[in-house]
Ligand binder design. Structure first.
Ligand SMILES: [Fe+2]
Ligand SMILES: [Fe+2]
Length: 270
């Protein structure tokens, strides 16, 4: 099982909440009201790992390996929620626990391979956003927190990549669906940013007080259209590897999808 090796690797890479984040060094006076509000939203968005875990364990029912890995992913994502909540508490911000269940969602069942691809792309994108926030945040401890979380999100993407490789090895026909979902996820803008927390209906972010917060933060901290290049590069690198066809642009991906579709036509409707 991939889980066995991932368990060891993630255990080695893991940071400690109680010793690696210097909560005593936080300077709340540096945190602007806008950052307080945005952080609250990011913290609540991380909580959505709870609803996603419920979905994974339901939709990957027979995949014991992947469900085992999800136990680690869930733990690490909830730790993201916790570190941001602890940070905010040090700054005098508090959440009403009784209000949290109102944010809870149940995701509609979906094809497992598309969910896997969406999460691979989403982790890459979130790592990119958090890296930007680690440069732009006004308070040094917060900058360190975002740098730490970005590294976790990149590691999560690498884990999803392993499960995508395994899926293609076991069932080469699933490549078409992976490539199509990757193309759909790559086509993201600041005005309509694509991440598993934004693309469902209803969406996780749509439940929050300010559903536009990601768009606003991206327009401030990652303006312009070209900032997505590193995300595209990483997604296309995996798609190139899976398909054995070198791709550098979304246009290349579209070309490969057409080739793969000709090779493996969609199954006829029953
Ligand atoms: Fe996270
Ligand atoms: Fe993650």
């Amino acid at each position: 099982m991939l889980y066995d090796n991932l368990f060891i690797r993630l255990e080695r890479a893991r940071w400690q909440l109680s010793s690696d984040i210097d909560f005593d060094a936080i300077d709340p006076s540096l945190l602007t009201p806008q950052w307080r509000s945005d952080l609250r939203h990011i913290c609540l968005t991380e909580l959505s790992a709870l609803y996603a875990t419920e979905m994974f364990i339901r939709d990957f029912y027979a995949d014991i390996d992947f469900c085992s890995f999800i136990s680690i992913w869930f733990y690490e994502e909830m730790k993201h929620h916790l570190v941001l909540r602890k940070y905010l508490e040090r700054c005098g911000e508090h959440f009403e626990e009784a209000e949290l269940p109102s944010l809870r969602l149940t995701f509609a069942p979906g094809p497992a391979i598309e969910t896997l691809t969406m999460h691979f792309c989403g982790e890459q994108r979130l790592a990119h956003w958090y890296t930007a926030f680690s440069h732009e945040a006004p308070e040094p401890v917060l900058r360190h927190v975002f740098k730490t979380l970005a590294a976790d999100e990149l590691r999560h993407a690498a884990c999803y990549a392993k499960y995508l490789r395994r899926a293609v090895t076991n069932k080469p026909d699933c490549l078409r669906d992976i490539l199509k979902m990757a193309l759909w996820m790559i086509r993201s803008t600041n005005d309509a940013p694509k991440h598993p927390t934004t693309v469902t209906d209803p969406s996780v972010v749509g439940q929050l007080e300010d559903p536009e917060y990601i768009t606003r933060m991206l327009n401030w901290y990652l303006p312009g259209r070209d900032h997505e290049r590193p995300v595209q590069r990483r997604i296309l690198a995996l798609m190139s590897e899976l398909s054995g066809d070198e791709m550098e642009t979304p246009r290349d991906l579209l070309r490969v999808i057409r080739v793969v579709e000709q090779r493996t036509p969609a199954p006829a409707a029953a």
